[in-house]
Ligand binder design. Structure first.
Ligand SMILES: [Fe+2]
Length: 434
């Protein structure tokens, strides 16, 4: 893959892997908690080929899912499998388990690809009525068991998104079209017990670039009317959306959102100054993501922005049980503000005190999204584990590491050696056995 080194988002551990591998009974250091019975799954782009290094965008390319199966204190297997083809939208963004299905999903693309327990392709699933491809980040409401999502689809829905609700049984129960002035990139959403939040921010399709054949025709628009749409969860039409102007900025991922006691909506989010303005190959070279809080007053439609932490934070996660609710702990991947295009630390933040604990992983070790897995029967919010994928440049391979979430800087609970590296990619989840 040395020919890729000229392209920042294909060099090093951004480069795709060549083989689909199956490995049984992986070497483990430490002990895997026996109650962890299920699969750690991670999706990301793994282009089979790259036509033009200069215009290749990291977000483009066939999806590849990497899976590690745990059970009875053992690491039963590792598998990596393509989750589709690029002409069908290559579902490369995330992977979730819902209603007994494993779904590989992609933003603005084709409908989810259902995979079986060993990551073989079953086929497309529209969950009984998805209006378009699923979003990158359907949000679980732990109170109702529903998924809420903002869906849109290139190129046939360029002036609208849909606010979609999927039942705990995995069937679409609601789909509200919401008109947009152009086709903004909407990667994720906020969700509280009262509102969904639609992010209409200044990254949008440039139709000239699209007509010119650009593989990734999205860019930053100066003077864009940036806004957040609060969609009451009971809304049935877009007339009920409360649009709230916000200073131009960009974000992929909220850490969490909730209704505050005073009626405001709080969204904690990894926020960028700009995106795809100068860097047209990936997300890291325009500005660095910081942790911010957006407080929105639905009665005045005003958004207050506050920086919580200037350090580099991305891939924010919480215990799924506190999604949409006031919460205490957030977990992120931390980076270097000066030089780095990737992440090197795992951070736990106490949102009530603002204190952070930072786990460093050592020279040449790069780390992905921290996935929180609750201990069964846990009462404390952080009683559980953090699972992260590490890439060790010196060994040119990856490990899956399990940390005690109450002590993320302490001894590792377990390290599972993988038979090959897992390229830097997007999102994963722990899918417990049903
Ligand atoms: Fe994402």
């Amino acid at each position: 893959m040395t020919t890729y080194d000229a392209s920042p988002y294909l060099a090093g551990n951004f480069a795709p892997v060549a083989e689909e591998v199956t490995a049984i009974d992986l070497p483990v250091t430490g002990s895997i908690p026996p109650e962890l019975s299920g699969r750690f799954l991670r999706n990301g782009p793994n282009p089979r080929s790259v036509d033009d290094l200069a215009t290749h965008h990291w977000f483009f390319g066939e999806g590849m899912v990497h899976g590690i199966r745990l059970g009875d204190g053992k690491a039963r297997w590792y598998r990596n499998r393509y989750s589709g083809t690029v002409d069908a939208g290559g579902p490369n963004t995330s992977i979730i388990g819902h209603a007994g299905k494993t779904l590989a999903i992609v933003e603005a693309g084709a409908k989810p690809m259902e995979l079986d327990d060993e990551l073989n392709i079953v086929g497309r699933s529209d969950l009984g009525g998805l209006p378009s491809g699923f979003t990158a980040h359907p949000k679980l409401d732990p109170v109702t068991g529903e998924l809420h999502a903002v869906c849109y689809h290139w190129p046939d829905q360029v002036d609208k998104v849909h606010y979609v609700v999927v039942s705990p049984e995995g069937v679409v129960t609601k789909s509200v079209p919401i008109t947009t002035p152009t086709m903004p990139m909407i990667h994720d959403m906020g969700l509280t017990q009262t509102y969904g939040a639609v992010f209409d921010l200044p990254v949008a399709v440039d139709f000239e670039m699209a007509m010119g054949g650009s593989p990734f025709p999205l860019r930053w628009f100066h003077d864009y009317n940036a806004r957040i749409g609060l969609v009451p969860r009971a809304a049935t039409t877009e007339d009920e959306v409360i649009w709230c102007e916000i200073d131009p900025c960009f974000a992929y991922h909220p850490m969490n959102s909730y209704d505050a006691d005073d009626g405001t909506v709080v969204i904690d989010i990894c926020e960028y100054d700009s995106m795809f303005d100068r860097d047209r190959n990936g997300p890291f070279r325009d500005s660095k993501p910081r942790l911010a809080r957006w407080t929105i007053d639905p009665t005045t439609a005003k958004v207050q922005r506050e920086t919580l932490d200037d350090a580099v934070h991305e891939f924010p996660r919480v215990n799924d049980a506190v999604n949409t609710l006031p919460y205490r702990y957030g977990y992120t991947a931390g980076g270097n503000p000066e030089t780095a295009d990737w992440f090197f630390t795992t951070v736990k933040r106490d949102m009530t005190t603002g204190s952070t604990e930072t786990r460093t992983w050592g020279t040449g070790v790069e780390v992905g999204e921290p996935i929180f897995v609750a201990r069964e029967g846990a009462t404390a919010e952080d009683d559980g584990w953090i699972m992260v994928l590490l890439y060790d440049a010196a060994r040119d391979t990856s490990d899956l590491v399990i940390l005690d979430a109450t002590d993320i800087t302490g001894d590792r609970v377990a390290t599972i050696e993988l038979p090959q590296r897992v390229p830097h990619g997007f999102h994963g989840n722990w899918v417990a056995d049903r």
